[in-house]
Design a protein around this ligand. Sequence first.
Ligand code: TYM
Length: 334
Amino acid sequence: MIGDKKVLFSGMQATGNLTLGNYLGALKNWVKLSDEYECFYSVVDEHSITVRQDPAVLRKRSRALLTLYIAAGLDPEKNCIYYQSHVSAHAELAWILNCFTYMGELSRMTQFKDKSAKHADNINAGLFTYPVLMASDILLYQADVVPVGIDQRQHLEITRDIAQRFNSIYGEVFTIPDAYYGKAGAKIMSLQDPTKKMSKSDENPNGSIYLMDDPDTIIRKFKRAVTDSEAQILYREEQPGIHNLIDIYSVCTGKTPDEVVKEFDGRGYGDFKLAVGEAVVGQLKPLQEEAARIEKDKAYLDGIIKNNAEKAGYFANKTLRKVQKKVGFPERVR
Ligand code: TYM
């Protein structure tokens, strides 16, 4: 708790081009929850370097992502929006928690298996211990809730395991966090292969809607979306393409999947795809315009970056000092 509010933590990587999956699965929920909780939203740049990055590009994308958090509707005066690398406690706690995490549990992480297959020439130790850094992000702020997409489930589970293990040795040091998944949208699938999640790293750009895509591109990609030959708009697993489009439309319009099915009863796929495309344009266009506006105000953004890094550092260091004391590091001399 901070004051009388429970704490929320979440983060996103500035790697690649953000997709509609990132927005509907995570960012949109962040905005919805932001009044209820004391929130920390990080641009997790330390996670990004587990895969080789061009430094100038990473710096630029990190700033664009931070801007996007604000453009999406997170008030940076109320929500702590900051760069992970500006708060050294993340890396320090990660080291300690590495010593409380087993090789066996890290080797079971599906994301590690996927990423090491994709980057076979760079299976570095950071890629392996990535979930420990993620656990540190969350536990540093004593977060109660972590809104994420379903692909992060395993990472949330290991975070809870590490926290419980630490608490069982040293007493109640960490709050045990709960994951929060949106009702629809927690797993947005590729438009070209609806059995695969929509991903920044998809080689086929038609599979993903990027947050910076222009309206024509968005509509075109939806028109080309892979569906089926059932010719009926029903919300069921056997029609993964249509299921995914219903999810997207439902999150964008706030209607339930049942309401969407009723709305399009008897209509063709062409009509439906166009409606979904338009609903997505309606969500992304204001976001893009707002991001472009905020980006221009360099002094404003720099002020936010500085103040929020200090605020995050204050809370993070409180937990870090406690942990350091518990594990037996010598007291600081003042
Ligand atoms: P990242 O950067 O891959 O994704 C950011 C968020 O977007 C969600 N997401 C999706 N949701 C629905 N459908 C999709 N197709 C889709 N693709 C991505 C992700 O679930 C995530 O919520 N390891 C994390 C970043 C991280 C983090 C943390 C998150 C680091 N530390 C602490 C929460 C708490 C990651 O790589 O997310």
